[in-house]
Design a protein. Sequence first.
Length: 191
Amino acid sequence: MNSVFRFQLILSLLFLASCLPMQQSLDPQQRNIQEKEVVRLLTLSVRAMRRGDTAGFRDAEAALGLARELKPGDPRIYDGLGCLAFRRGNLDLAEYFFKKALERDLLYDRAYAHLALIAQERGDIESALELLKIAVETNPTNYRSRNNLAALMSTYRIDPPWAFQELLKAVETQQLPDSITAHNLEILEAN
């Protein structure tokens, strides 16, 4: 490519770029409104997924799609897409989205916990344990990750006293009563 043609191409691209609308940054109030809407859509997607039927999955996908338009690159949205893929039984796609969430934020603990579910589903208990430990280290107050770690350790009889302590910590960090942690505590107390 000769230098004259290259120069003309660069000028043309600069001209085109100057004609495109600039994406304006949001002021703090607009960002707050956008964040509330993204949280609302994420909540809707979780409720829809929990229905467990085709319509629920469709509704969850729509809510996550809109959230993604509002806030592209948000790790929570990638995590939600991973959860949807997991519930649909597509472990490879779920893994892709959970890893994408971690690319956006290495401190997003839920993605580690969800990758642990995939590892466990695939029979890789050692990786599942390590991923849950990372999730707990990243966010010590996420009682669900602690509960899952304690339950996995208890299931495979790995250091039962430590598993029991982890479950007690999970119970202490939950803000509302949770029937799953209560059930797991009953089981571990009986052993």
